[in-house]
Ligand binder design. Structure first.
Ligand code: 5GP
Ligand code: ZN
Length: 118
């Protein structure tokens, strides 16, 4: 299927080699709870295809990235935070604060998040 770097934690979660609290799965995406939640609800949405950084997203990946946003919308609805609000974040490379090099969308909600983005 996809080229999976042997040392990618999120590929290991996809392959069930390490456990995660999985919230959603289909052919393209996996969503699971962040191990160090920064808010009452903190999920990560990842593509099953290994893409290292936002810089590596190709034109052909556009539908996949769109599905990530739609899944965030659906997870927020399940959590009852559609109207109260939530935040989506994708960090890229060192100065963006990326620590896991398999793209992921953070979905944060369930409390008043601080204004500003650091
Ligand atoms: P980044 O800093 O790259 O934007 O976000 C990586 C996120 O992955 C962090 O919020 C971190 O807590 C989370 N994370 C790292 N390792 C694991 C893991 O093994 N399991 C889960 N569920 N989350 C992880
Ligand atoms: Zn990976």
């Amino acid at each position: 299927m996809t080229n999976r770097p042997a040392d990618c934690i999120f590929c290991k979660i996809i392959e069930r080699q390490i456990p995660a609290d999985i919230l959603f799965e289909d052919d393209d995406l996996l969503a699971f709870r962040d191990i160090h939640p920064q808010a009452p609800f903190h999920a990560l949405i990842i593509p099953k295809k290994h893409i290292s950084t936002v810089n590596d997203i190709a034109e052909a990946d556009a539908p996949l990235i769109g599905k990530m946003a739609l899944r965030a919308q659906a997870l927020a609805a399940e959590q009852g935070i559609t109207e109260s609000g939530f935040r989506l974040v994708m960090n890229c490379n060192q100065e963006g604060g990326q620590t896991v090099y398999h793209i992921h969308m953070h979905v944060l909600g369930g409390r008043q998040l601080k204004p500003g983005l650091g």
